[in-house]
Structures are given as structure tokens and as C-alpha cells.
Design a protein around this ligand. Sequence first.
Ligand code: G6P
Length: 620
Amino acid sequence: MCGIVGYVGPQDARDVILEGLRRLEYRGYDSAGIAVVADGLLSSVKKAGKLANLEKVLAEHPLPAATVGIGHTRWATHGGPTDRNAHPHVSADGSVAVIHNGIIENFAALRAECEAQGVEFRSETDTEVAAHLLAAAYADTPEGPGRLAEAMRVISRRLEGAFTLVATAATEPDTLVAARRSSPLVVGVGDGEYFLGSDVAAFIAHTREARELGQDQVVEIDRHRGLTVTDFFGAAVEPKAYTVDWDAAAAEKGGYDWFMLKEIAEQPQAIADTLLGRLGSQGELVLDEVRLSDQELRDIDKIFVVACGTAFHAGMIAKYAIEHWTRIPVEVELASEFRYRDPVLDRSTLVVVISQSGETMDTLMALRHAKDQKARVLAICNANGSTIPRESDAVLYTHAGPEVAVASTKGFLTQLVACYLVGLFLAQVRGVKYEDEVSAVVDDLRRLPEAVAEVLAAMEPVRELARSLADADTILFLGRHVGYPVALEGALKLKELAYIHAEGFAAGELKHGPIAVVDQGTPVIVIVPSPRSRESVHGKVVSNIQEVRARGARTIVIAEEGDEDVVPYADHLIRVPRTPTLLAPVVTTVPLQVLACEIAATRGLDVDQPRNLAKSVTVE
Ligand code: G6P
């Protein structure tokens, strides 16, 4: 996490940097800071808390106008969220300023080395060591073009861990330098100006022309000499150019109070965009970005789905669909656990990694482990050009557009749709489903945007219900089959947004323990499977509603239109359109998103930036 912005060009760098930080604040908001170079001096201001705190200080004590600057919004790892620990970090001699995303794992040894040379540290961060080392390397490098970049290469070779570092030097008003290992960084190329950002949102208001940076690369941007990319040893590298397909308006709130509300409302369109161009006219699937040959796909004998947080819940649902359609065994794993338990992987294993941001470090490390073991990796990802899809053998982009609210909504629904596409595609290629069976599911997929729009149009009672739940101490979620991961996702949303204790359970497990916590008035939200679902799962869940109600629970029931069995036991009934069992999570999740969002808003909380969280978690 942490948001990074850099600028060199004719505009006032102060404005460009602050605007970029506003767009990246979702990556971290413990503190923020900015540094500019003017008149041979580095000036910086940094402040704990949200960006607004920094803006207030800058309004009272403005920095000088400048043509080069760097800015940072932090999610603390080493050292608390204080003014001193905020970035940029300026070297003891005032020659360079540095911002950083990631963790420098050998910082303790390097700090001891600097201290032995008499450097006094002013923060508890791992980053500050990079500022002092860079200043020392800069002093040792002969003056002339490329000096700062050379110093950056020297220190990058010594740093261990994950880092994006961006630096400016007091005596170089036209130069920005950055290094990248594992943490994200993209370059924006405008007309006579250049931008650096953790992601393209940082500069999308200025340019859509971007350059991808690879692992272990250093980029030097000079206003006059342009862009130079090398590896850590100075060998020239040609960065890959691409055009960003989001526009600036997509990254704005568009009249909604919260990004999350906007992103919830965008879901029908986002799903349609995920499907766009992938459903052939004959009902077949066309997935060009899956760069694995049909033979490779036919050879797969095991699938792992690996992800974190909300994306993990998408993976849990994917298991039901992919196993059912392809008959290939599927295991779902939390990325943070995956590589540490030595999973059995080989060439015929497909690892599907799911990540909205494409930068989650746990997922990236799991991906690298899978590739080391020769498994094939397919990424389902939203952020174009991010690290995870770049390092995967194949990618299916969800095309949901920028997701800014920390809690994932359209990211999740589109991940689900992408998982369905992968499952059906495998079934199609391997010939385990007849063409008409595939095309019947394709028809069902085509109807999803409308079904979600229908749910959204009927959300007013859910908002009212949310207001009545705002004081609850605990809320339980029950579901079965694909409704179980939906229950987990509903509970996660509520925890992260409203800070209310919430748990999701497999409804069948209720009797094995969880029912003990049900008390008079405990709200229990039940996701009811379709009455058409297999082997009377529906009937069993209806019984579960009665069981919790008999123990005093206040029941909130999500059930499809026409399901009359639930009516006598529902204190509140939320209707969703009839949807095939495996696809139902796409509609049943929506009321839970709205509920969590409204409860948080009623409690006066920051819906888009909940405490302690970050959108993109780029540390392990
Ligand atoms: C963070 C976010 C979650 C998200 C998870 C995975 O924890 O707060 O909302 O689900 O990361 O993110 P990804 O970008 O990999 O989908």
C-alpha cells in the first residue's frame, strides 16, 4: 500500500502532486507528505492523519512553486502514523528526499551501519535508511547527467525486500528518479511532462499514456533528456508503452456521497463490461487473453484458486462452479497461507490468482511460488498493467473500471463473473459440456446485469433496515452452498465498514456451535438458496431460520422472488430475482453491500476509508 506520486514538468508540481495524492489516498491514509525542489533547496511538509491535515498545513505555510516534486500517502508498517514517520524522508545533509512503498527487510543492519557513521535518525521507519544511503551514494557519484539514477542503482542493489522508491535531489530541479522491486510503480508520459504513480489514478487527469516498469528497474526522468530505464546494474531496458482505458471522470465520485455507493451502482455496467467481447454469437466463449494452449488447458488435472479478503470469497464461490462444470478438483487457499504449507503443484496444475488491484503482496508471492513449482498461473484482475497479471501466464481482466472505496464491491461481482467465464471456458475446451449446455449458461450470464440492476432498484427498504441495525453489537450471517461464501462476504463487509462484530457461518454448522450465541434480538441474516437448488438445501436453510427464530433471533431473510416458504419466519424479507443456483451470489451479495454501507454511514463512519485498512496491501 502507500500511494506514491512524482512529477516533472512545466505545471506547478505542488498542485499536480496534491491532486495525485487525493486520487491515491485509498492506498493508505495514516499520514501524507510532499517535497519540492526550488532554488537549489529541498522543501518538504508532512503531517499525520488524512490528506486534509496536510492540505491545511500547506494552506498556512505554502511550499515554493516548483517544477519537480514527490508526494506520499502512507499506510504505516514500520513506525506509528506520526508526523516524523510520514514521508518524504530527507537525508541528514539535505541533499535528497525519498518516498517509499514496501518494506526494506534488511533496514536494521543498514541503519546500524549509518548510525556507526554518525547519522542521526529522525524516524522509526525503514525508509529513512534509504534516504541516508542515497545521499552517501550521491556524494560518491561524479557530477553530471544520470548522477541521481546511478546513486539509486547503487543503493537498490543493497536493499532487500519490496520497495518502490522515488527520489529528488536539491541540486537537480529537472530530475526524478525511481527504483522498483515488487512494489508497484507506473510512469505517465504527457506533453513535455512526466508523472510517477503507484497506479494510473495518480495521473489519469493529465495523460493516458503510460509505461510499465519491470522488476528491479530504475527509471530516470529528466525534463530535457526524457525517460531512461535501466536494470539495477545500468543495462538499458525499453519500457513497455500502453494506453490507459479509464478516464478521469471514472475516478471521481460522480455525485454520490461515497465512492462505495457509486461503485455499488456501477455494478450492472461493470458486469456487462466483464462479459463484453467474451460471449460469442453462437453461445460459445471467446477468451483471447488466456494465453495457454488448448492442449495445456486439457492437461490440467487440478486447480488452486488463491486470493485474499473479498477476492478470496470470490474464489470460494468459483470452486462450486468450476468443479461442477469441469469436474476438475478445485482447492481454494488464502494467499498468505498458500506457499507456507508447501502445496503439491506441477505443470498440470492451474493456479488461478484473483486480485482486484493486482498488487496484493500475499497474492503476488503465492503466484511466484506457483510459477517456481512450474504450475500455470491465470490471473483474474481489474487493474490493467499491474504486477500480478504481468507475472502470470494468462490474464482475464475484469474491466470494472477504477475501484476507489477500500471495501470491494464491483471488484467482487466482476471477479465472480470472470471466475464463471474461466470455469465455462475450461468446460468448453475440455469438451465436458455440450455446446448447448455452455450456451445456456452464457444466456444466464447475459441476464446478470439486469438482475443486479433490479436488486439495486429495490434497495430503499434495505437502507431503512440498516438504520434500525446501526446499534447492533453483533450480526450473524448464514448461508449454505454458494450462499456460505456470500455469508462470509456479508460479515466481512460489515466488520470492515461498520466495525460491528459479525460472523458468517455455513448454515449446516449452526447446530454444531454457533447457535449458542443467538440471543433475544440477535440479528441473523440468512441467504436462502433457491427452492430449485439441489437435494433440499433450501428446505434445510428454511429450518435453520426457524431454529434461530425460536431462540429469539431477529431474522433478516434474503430469498428469491416466489419463495413463499420463508415468509412466515422472516422478520424482514429482502427479495432478489430468480437466478440459477451457481450464479445467485451475484445478486444475493448486493443487499449485503448496501446494508454494510448504510449501517456505517448511519454510525457516522468514513465509508470509503475505514480505519486500519488499505485498498491495496502491498506488504506481506
Ligand atoms: C485488502 C482490501 C480488501 C481486498 C483485499 C484483496 O485487504 O482491504 O478489500 O479484498 O485487500 O485485494 P485485491 O486487490 O488483491 O483483490
